[in-house]
Design a binder for this molecule. Sequence first.
Ligand code: DOR
Ligand code: ZN
Length: 347
Amino acid sequence: MQITLRQPDDWHLHLRDDAMLEAVVASSARHFGRALVMPNLVPPVTTGEAAREYRNRIEQAVQSALPDSGFKPLMTLYLTDTTEAADVVQAAADGTILAVKLYPAGATTNSASGVTDLSRVMPVLEAMAQHGIVLCVHGEVTHAEVDIFDREARFIETVLEPLRQELPELRVVMEHVTTRDGVEYVAANDRNLAATLTTHHLMINRNHLLVGGIKPHYYCLPIAKREEHRLALVKAATSGDERYFLGTDSAPHTRSSKESDCGCAGVFNAANTMVCLAAVFEEAGALDQLEAFASLNGPRWYGLAPNDASMTLRKSGNASPLPPPVQVGDECVMPFDPARPIYWEVI
Ligand code: DOR
Ligand code: ZN
C-alpha cells in the first residue's frame, strides 16, 4: 500500500538556536516544505528585527545541513506585555512574520516573558484583528490552583471565549489542542478559529506517560490527557475539516535535561511524524484525509499556496526502526517513540 500527497508543512515547530538548531533542522527539512517556527528562545524573539535575524540563522543552518531541501522557515513573534502594535503590524506587512504567539506567563518552556494579563496586550490584539494577523495561542491557564489536566479547558472558558467575544475579527489558532473540549470549541465556531494537533497527542494518552514507570520522553505541555480526549483529537484530525491541521510541536531537549529531577517538557517528533501520521490515519480508515490535514488545511488558513512537491509514503511488511538519536555536542536528543510498531516509510 502507498499514498502520495502534496509535501506537508509543520505549522508549529521548535527549532531552537546555535548547536541545537544545527543538529535538528535536517529532521524537519527532510520532509516538510515549510514550518512555522516558535519564538521561545532565550531571550525570546520579540521584535521584527530579531525574527529576521533568527530566520537568517535558520536559513544558514538549512544551507549547511540540507541545502537542496528548499525548506522555508516562517516566523512568529513572541507577544509580551510590552510588545508594540506598530512593530507587529510592520513585521507582518513586510513579510517577516506570519503570526504572533501568545504564551501565558509561566505556561511552558521559556515562557517567563509571556503575557501576564490579556488586558495589557489589547492594543496589539486590536491592531492584529484589524490587519488580519494570526494569533497562535498556547491555551493553558497557569494559576497554581488549577489542576494541570484541566488547564486547557479552563483557558477556553476564562480567557479564549471572552477574548473572542471582545475581538471576533481576531484570527486565532489554538495550538496543540489536547482535549475534546478544545476540538469541540473549534468545531462550534465557524469563523476565525482553527487548531493545530501534534503527532504525539494523536498517539499517546496519559497512561503512556505514567503507567509502569514515569516516561520523561512523553512529558510535554499541554500534558497528554485521557484516552477519550486522544480519540476526539484523532476524530478531528481525520475528519477532513479544514480548521484542523498539523503542528508537530516537535520540541528538542537533550536527553539529560529530560531524564532529570525536573525534566523539560517537549517531544522531538520531527523525523518520524509523517510515518506516525500515516499509521494513525490508516487505523482511523482515513488515509485519504492525511493530505488535507498535513498539506492543505494549514496553507489555506494562512493564505498560502500548498507546496508543489509531493511525498510518497509506503507501508511495508516490516516495522520501521525509530529514527536515531540526534547528537548535539556530547549530548543527544531522543526521537519520539510512538509506543507501537510503525510499518510506514517515506520513500
Ligand atoms: O512540550 C512543550 N515543549 N510544550 C511547549 O509548549 C513548549 C515546548 C518547548 O519549547 O520545549
Ligand atoms: Zn510548542
